[in-house]
Write a protein that binds this ligand. Structure first.
Ligand code: NIG
Ligand code: FE
Length: 406
């Protein structure tokens, strides 16, 4: 048996429980001072404040630092070929994101690069990104396909995710996102691509157990709400749980649909209308907000406070991708959550731990410091939670513990 006692913790901060927290509960976290956590075989056995009751096994002196659960990144487009630094000049000239996409750039240029890459190349690149995420305090994440847009290359991306989940310390949860764009070869016949998605790709992905979720980019010029419904319902029929990129640029009904389908989460929601918030509250959908994307697209910020007030659980994630958000640093996302969404540090912590875990179906295993959960913890170069949310641009990670391993 391997055991680890982390003692001399200045502040232990964590949401509690096995499911997403909404409304006032989102900001109610457990805070212990002069605390300790004891783990065995990668599992949290006990925690408390004062003198730890155990003294055997390996010990780690936290030196009075802040300890939180490992961060959970519930939305990434981790697997892609190439980068898109060539788009920076267009961004500076204010060329809109959807215009770059319509001209065959944007997502479609990454599709070209991803199709050209071998499985091994994609693996190495994503592995490097996972290492960087871990160094920033992320211990579990979601990863989407969506830069293949045909059977061969979508399955290639999903196999890379599967292999990373097996070989890398990070827990990586796979999402099928063949509905990220209509590929160029179907430009003149989009209904044929919808048929391919619903009748061939989704069943193939489900049969090979390569994804847990199915996601769609519901947006002007990409997929309409009706098309999104068809795709997500086909996913549900095959056992894939729905997620949806909704109301990122235009509010065309994505958040309404999310609530109606009981989607586990809706993403972005920058221009989410009140009816969409109500629909998500009714459907039990988690709002997965991506403030670093708002920053990078120079757009407005999702109405997070309204969502919390309406009882919609709010999660936050990076949206790491080569176009709209080449950022995988959840510490920056936490800063933006406070400064732009006006969420409190406590609400923000819940958003990047327990609620994020719930958004990817992992809330029973990670996302909080609770007995029986995986010992995924971060020791921060910070005395308290306010400090972690207040400093900007530094990596405040002191040490990351994954499944009890330092
Ligand atoms: O979530 N909005 C759609 N998909 C990604 C962007 C992908 C890309 O630009 O390559 C997003 O922002
Ligand atoms: Fe995204």
């Amino acid at each position: 048996m391997s055991s680890l006692l982390i003692h001399n913790i200045g502040m232990l901060a964590s949401p509690e429980g096995l499911e997403a927290r909404r409304g006032a509960q989102q900001g109610q976290i457990r805070v212990l001072e002069h605390a300790w956590v004891y783990t065995e075989n990668g599992e949290i056995i006990s925690y408390g404040s004062g003198t730890p009751p155990v003294s055997f096994g390996e010990k780690l002196d936290a030196g009075g630092r802040l300890v939180t659960p490992g961060l959970v990144d519930a939305h990434t487009h981790l697997i892609f070929g190439g980068w898109r630094q060539n788009e920076l000049a267009m961004k500076i000239r204010n060329v809109p994101y959807l215009e770059i996409l319509a001209a065959g750039g944007g997502i479609l240029s990454t599709v070209k690069a991803t199709r050209a890459a071998t499985e091994a190349e994609l693996f190495d690149k994503a592995e490097a990104a996972l290492n960087e995420m871990l160094a920033f305090g992320t211990t579990s994440c979601e990863a989407k396909s969506g830069y293949g847009l045909n059977e061969e290359d979508e399955l290639k991306q999903l196999r890379v995710i599967q292999k990373l989940n097996k070989t890398h310390p990070m827990d990586v949860v796979p999402t099928f996102m063949g509905a990220h764009a209509v590929p160029p070869e179907f430009k003149e016949d989009r209904s044929a691509y919808l048929d391919l998605l619903c009748e061939t790709l989704i069943p193939a992905v489900a049969k090979q157990k390569l994804a847990k979720f199915c996601d769609v980019f519901c947006e002007t010029g990409v997929f309409t709400a009706e098309e999104s419904r068809r795709i997500l319902e086909a996913g549900q029929k095959s056992g894939l749980i729905p997620k949806i990129h909704a109301d990122e640029i235009d509010p065309i009904g994505g958040s309404l649909l999310a609530g109606e389908l009981g989607a586990i989460s809706a993403e972005h929601l920058i221009v989410c209308p009140d009816e969409g918030i109500q629909s998500m509250a009714r459907g039990g959908t988690i709002a997965c907000l991506l403030p670093a994307t708002s920053f990078y697209l120079n757009s407005s910020y999702a109405p997070a406070r309204k969502m919390i007030e309406a009882g919609v659980p709010v999660a936050m994630a990076s949206d790491f991708n080569p176009g709209s958000c080449p950022c995988l640093n959840l510490q920056l996302v936490m800063n933006l959550g406070c400064l732009k969404y006006r969420m409190t540090p406590e609400e923000v912590l819940t958003a990047v731990t327990l609620n994020a875990a719930a958004a990817i179906g992992l809330a029973d295993r990670v996302g909080s410091i609770d007995r029986g959960k995986q010992a995924d913890l971060v020791l921060w170069e910070a005395p308290d939670l306010n400090y972690l949310c207040y400093r900007l641009g530094s990596n405040l990670v002191h040490r990351v513990i994954k499944k009890g391993n330092i």
